[in-house]
Ligand binder design. Sequence first.
Ligand code: DAH
Length: 348
Amino acid sequence: MTVEPKMSLREELAAIAAEARAQIERAADLKALKSVEVEFLGRKGGKITNTLRGLGQLPAEERPAVGKLVNEVRDELEAVLKTKEGALREAERQEKLRTERVDVTLPGVAFDSGHLHPVTRTLREIKQIFIGLGFEVVDGPEVETEYYNFEGLNIPADHAARDMWDSFYLGGDLLLRSHTSPVQVRVMEKQQPPVRVIVPGKCFRRDAVDATHHFQFHQVEGLLVDEGISFAHLKGLLGEFARQMFGKQRKSRFVPEYFPFTEPSAGMMIDCFACEGSGCRICKQSGWIEILGSGMVHPAVLENVGYDTQKYTGLAFGMGVERIAMLRHGIDDIRLFYENDLRFLRQF
Ligand code: DAH
């Protein structure tokens, strides 16, 4: 049996320190380093801390020197630990950078960006043209009284022309307006001529839905009342609109029509955009397409709002926004506007 020579405290300390250094050196990560720290420098049971207990057995004169030595060893080990910790942290950071590397030159993920609906865009274009021609944009209620939707516009209750606007009644004398024309009456009731307004807005009709009809759609109404307004102004104004909207090569013509609130009434036609007038499916082989209804404001309408019909005359027109958009883009079914099918909408 070999008897280990009993080590002096100094030797013991040196051996512990050497082992600690070696373990610190070997620590592969921060967790391992932490346990080395606890093993040697831990307040309770740390190997270095424990050596202080041995101090008591030393001769009194040796104690200060050895105590100092213990402190020095502890300080040194703490410094070595700190350096190692810094190195491990840096290594972890490098590893993270390596594994989480992003290639900033890769193309990004494209987000779907929306755009305005073709009906909205067409509406804005129509407004812009008339604003440029000096018109003011006003609006009116979508729920109307029978008076504004009909009587005020010279369409009495028993008049056959009411069939032209099959309406949604809400009870009493309220209905969803079947056209934007009632706003003519509302505007004129509130002001004296000159009146120069357009009225964009939603309209509702009890129409069976098909390729060219929908129960809800948009119109733009126009009204100009002043002294000396004639049919020549009507033709000039709407001809200019058609050229700005459909291109300056578009020809236009006016054909007789009937509306109770205008006299005379006229349908405005443009030559077919699809076949340039030679005849096709879209213009029903006629070469012409009706784009709006118009006429000279009926004196009865002016009288309804108390205007002096000896002094003032007016012109009015109304167009379907969906219809204009369909013509503009060659769309052959109005239902496409409301189905929210992105394959359709993305084309505009
Ligand atoms: N309100 C008519 C409709 O809905 C359109 C219209 C025609 C309006 C002639 C007018 C006009 O102002 O003069 O069918």
